[in-house]
Design a protein around this ligand. Structure first.
Ligand SMILES: C[S@@+](CC[C@H](N)C(=O)[O-])C[C@H]1O[C@@H](n2cnc3c(N)ncnc32)[C@H](O)[C@@H]1O
Length: 390
């Protein structure tokens, strides 16, 4: 094992043969332990490699002051246990809670591999590491001399990665994909050849009853990807007025009954019954959203989506990332983005179209095959767009 090389907010121990990292290792920087948490760990599961706390980026530098860390995950594809229940409306599969092994099934894996491998990349950023499914495929794409850099905002992802055997050529950082430049820098690299974003939440997060993502299980109304930073959705509701709540539910959830829902949320807060739990918000949505004759989604679906987007500032981060991503990619490099709703897809489509640093490779978004949708219902709304750095 080599000594830890600290670069800005990250450090890693493992080597990457033949890379800029190996040739030009960054000098060690001091570790600061005060302030917020940038938790870092070794990418090698060796005794004595303890997590350390590093300083947060300057306030406002990033959307959420989430941490950055590196670790490693096993490269062998595991058979994710995927015992799924079908919800009462028959549409939303809810994975069983599964603390030890991920149950998330990667969406559009073949299309991601195809879209990225055409540019023969050596360095790939997986900006939404999740259960690591895409990363494991991307390790094959980059080959023996290549490297995959993963990022995820969720500390639970980091904890899982830490508990798994290390993998050469893979570094996982705890932080937003907006911080990809920092992860590159920490790896001694200037550019990546490709970047993958698989937006939204994973089945593992949906299955965790303490996170509030599934409205089919009661629990605290949190909805943060990074529960160690920012404010939970319950607090977000308490801090915003009726108009702001209604606007968010309308804009991010495209919920026609947003005003009714917001009015009820605020009325309850005034009666000293603030909405703090999943069940309380679901009950409000049930009462405020009339069941249409042809309704096909749960009355709380749009409201929960809206609050999740608001609390995590998902659209702002995506927009800023798409503006910066051309600076992180080598010429001819590719960016592949899987989105799950029209708001995200519109942002990706417009960013690719309006920026002449991109050559758009997917005039229309690619969709999952019928076969994939049949075995992975979560993929049904996925849209993949790919662009090439000019
Ligand atoms: C759909 S899952 C990714 C699954 C992964 N591609 C796989 O195959 O296992 C989305 C992941 O993105 C993470 N995420 C959401 N917003 C993020 C952000 N701004 N930066 C980094 N990760 C983010 C979530 O925590 C979640 O783990």
């Amino acid at each position: 094992m080599r000594d830890g090389w600290l670069a800005e907010n990250f450090f890693r121990h493992d080597s990457f043969p033949g890379s800029a990292w190996e040739r030009n290792a960054p000098p060690a920087l001091p570790v600061h332990s005060e302030g917020g948490a940038f938790k870092t760990v070794s990418s090698r599961a060796e005794p004595g490699n303890k997590a350390e706390t590093l300083p947060l980026p300057e306030k406002g530098q990033y959307d959420a002051p989430s941490g950055a860390s590196c670790g490693a995950a096993r490269a062998t594809a595991r058979k994710g246990r995927r015992t799924t229940k079908i919800s009462s409306n028959g549409l939303t599969p809810v994975p069983e809670p599964n603390e030890n092994s991920p149950c998330h099934v990667s969406v559009m894996p073949d299309e991601i591999v195809h879209g990225v491998s055409e540019c023969s990349p050596r360095i790939v950023i997986d900006g939404t590491y999740g259960a690591g499914g895409h990363s494991r495929l991307l390790l094959d794409v980059v080959g023996d001399g290549g490297m995959v850099i993963g990022l995820d905002r969720d500390p639970a992802v980091l904890a899982r990665v830490e508990s798994e055997p290390a993998v050469d050529r893979l570094s996982v950082f705890l932080g937003s994909y907006e911080q990809a430049a920092k992860a590159l820098e920490a790896s001694g690299l200037e550019y990546a050849d490709a970047m993958v974003l698989d937006l939204g939440l994973s089945s593992d997060q949906l299955a965790d009853r303490d996170r509030g993502f599934s409205f089919q299980h009661d629990g605290p109304l949190d909805l943060r990807f990074d529960p160690e930073n920012g404010i939970p959705a319950s607090e977000w509701l308490a801090r915003n007025n009726e108009k702001a709540i209604a606007d968010a539910i309308y804009q991010f959830g495209e919920e026609r009954f947003s005003r009714r829902i917001a009015r009820e949320i605020v009325a309850r807060a005034k009666r000293r019954e603030p909405v703090r739990t999943v069940a309380a918000l679901v009950e409000i949505c049930r009462r405020c959203v009339p069941r249409g004759k042809h309704h096909d989604i749960h009355p709380a679906t749009r409201t929960f989506q809206a609050l999740r987007i608001a609390v995590n500032e998902e659209l702002e981060i995506l927009t800023r990332t798409l503006e910066q991503a051309p600076e992180w990619l080598s010429s001819g490099g590719r960016l592949a983005v899987i989105s799950f709703h029209s708001l995200e897809d519109r942002i990706v489509k417009n960013a690719f179209r309006d920026d002449d640093r991109w050559n758009v490779l997917t005039k229309k978004p690619l969709r999952p095959s019928q076969e994939e949708v049949a075995v992975n219902a979560r993929s049904r709304s996925a849209k993949l767009r790919v662009a090439e750095r000019v």
